[in-house]
Design a protein around this ligand. Sequence first.
Ligand code: ADP
Ligand code: MG
Length: 264
Amino acid sequence: MTTILAVANQKGGVAKTTTVASLGAALVALGRRVLVVDLDPQGSLTFSLGHNPDKLETSIHEVLTAGVPVGDAVLGTDEGVDLLPATIDLAGAEALLLMRPGREYTLKRALAPLLENYDVIVLDCPPSLGVLTLNGLTAATSVLIPLQCETLAHRGVGQLLRTVSEVQQITNPDLTLLGALATLYDARTTHSRDVLADVSGRYDIPVLAPPIPRTVRFAEASASGTSVIAGRKNKGAQAYRDLADNLAAHWTDGTPLATYDADA
Ligand code: ADP
Ligand code: MG
């Protein structure tokens, strides 16, 4: 069965796109067949995987709103992941979908013909809790919430968890909340650790291992159109490989997910 992982947080800049690109590449390195889906009209994932959103004729927008077969929009990438790309046109999709019955199921239905081709599909959700994110959560089998390790970054988490819970009750009873992923983590400061302890305590959600360290390599990688996994050996790439190992073991035989203990 295909695992569909939504990476969601309505806050921007928490490393959703970086996580999707890097985790996708790391899962390919583990031999998985991986599709990543850009659900953000900004097209950052599309761009970071080496495709220019401004030059694409067919994207997820036409798939969701005009009934274009999903296979017509999927692209290959140098990373070995396949990409369902987004362009700025997707900004208009929310309004178009709003008028449709069963609008939350549009992505789930669109992806159905692809399931036999992939072991894992990773969804890069946009920075909002609108129709596109609801489509992502409805199509997904599990959801991961990247959290930046800064105090004020967590104000929206309660709202996001309520949305996940509503999706579980209404459109997707099978959705599993895997937990939070600590991003932009600075192990040298006790501040990052305190924030993590606060998050796992306050919201009662697991924080997956390992935290993803802050490293300048990520900015270099996205500027060059390749994920950090393809870049030079560094601790950020290693963290995403470790996360991929953690998730792959869990998905293969139900091994409990390794979690981060902030008090350790
Ligand atoms: P989002 O998709 O949640 O908006 P991005 O993945 O685009 O977040 O990341 C926001 C910015 O932070 C980008 O410039 C990215 O290169 C940078 N970034 C992400 N992860 C790291 C990291 N571990 N270390 C340093 N910079 C990072
Ligand atoms: Mg993004």
